[in-house]
Ligand binder design. Structure first.
Ligand code: G3P
Ligand code: CA
Length: 274
């Protein structure tokens, strides 16, 4: 059993607000194997790293990402942190980085994240999640692959290899989106995410063409045998989101293939005890 990949959920979010360049940079510095990033499409077709449908939680602005142009999003200051960790107080806008880059506080575009990641290839891989693909008739998936190709991360229909592993994979809760990615680029690894509300765990999903399934931690806690079942079906298991030492240890014992966490430093410490 090989050690699971440690994936920093939305960046290293105990250190900096989610989906900021600072959070992704911190994840790389801590030694995370990969970073998880949600992408949405703006009204004018630009991919931005934003988790929620609306910008209110993570910026000082208001509105729905898909209804706003990039220029409108850029009027807002991103880096707000509301109610996920106590250290970021409600409605507080924090300084997201100490680097003099012009993006400080601006919405993080996928382009900017890829510029950072490809500046030092191999430092940290990418687990990219597409959000609400149907809103844009699957243009999100096509644009995502086009963007990855533009940065040299997608070659032919396969990801570039970094350290013998694919530089990126694409994840979605939408089965249609996962199939769309496979149809567009069959060599791209995909993760079928499985939501918290699905009980029992969807074993029928194991017959799909995805590389991995991505159940929520609660599902794996309720049915730990699912991991072995998925492995027997030839699927990797990428579990989100384990933060406590007990949850991290539980997943390490189960032999999952990727552990998605807000606390990559804790997971890395526990994966490789000193
Ligand atoms: O990595 C999967 C996980 O990120 C899914 O949940 O809501 O954090 O996007 P969410
Ligand atoms: Ca996500």
């Amino acid at each position: 059993m090989s050690a699971p990949e440690v994936v920093a959920h939305r960046g290293a979010t105990a250190e900096a607000p989610e989906h900021t360049l600072a959070a992704f940079r911190n994840a790389a510095v801590l030694g995370a194997d990969a970073v998880e990033c949600d992408v949405r499409m703006t009204r004018d077709g630009v991919l931005v790293c934003v988790h929620d449908r609306r910008v209110r939680r993570t910026s000082n602005g208001r509105g729905v990402v898909s209804a706003l142009h990039l220029a409108e999003l850029e009027q807002f200051r991103f880096g707000a942190r509301r109610s996920r960790f106590d250290r970021w107080k409600d409605d507080e806008i924090v300084a997201v980085t100490d680097e003099p880059d012009v993006e400080n506080g601006l919405v993080l575009t996928l382009d900017r994240l890829l510029e950072y990641v490809t500046a030092t290839p191999g430092t940290v891989r990418l687990a990219i999640e597409t959000k609400h693909p149907t809103r844009h008739a699957f243009r999100v998936e096509a644009e995502l692959l086009r963007t990855l190709r533009r940065f040299g991360l997608l070659r032919g229909d396969r990801p570039a290899e970094w350290g013998g592993k694919p530089a990126f994979r694409v994840m979605s809760f939408s089965q249609l989106a996962v199939r769309r990615v496979t149809a567009l680029a069959p060599g791209v690894p995909t993760v079928q995410l499985i939501g918290k509300r699905l009980r029992p765990v969807r074993t029928d999903l194991l017959s799909g063409s995805m590389t991995a399934v991505g159940p929520g931690l609660a599902l794996v806690r309720a049915d730990p045998g699912y991991v072995a079942q998925a492995h027997a079906a030839g699927k990797e298991v990428h579990v989100w989101t384990a933060n406590s030492p007990a949850d991290i240890d539980f997943l390490l014992t189960l032999g999952v293939d990727a552990l998605i966490t807000d606390r990559p430093d804790e997971a890395l410490r526990r994966r490789t005890p000193p």
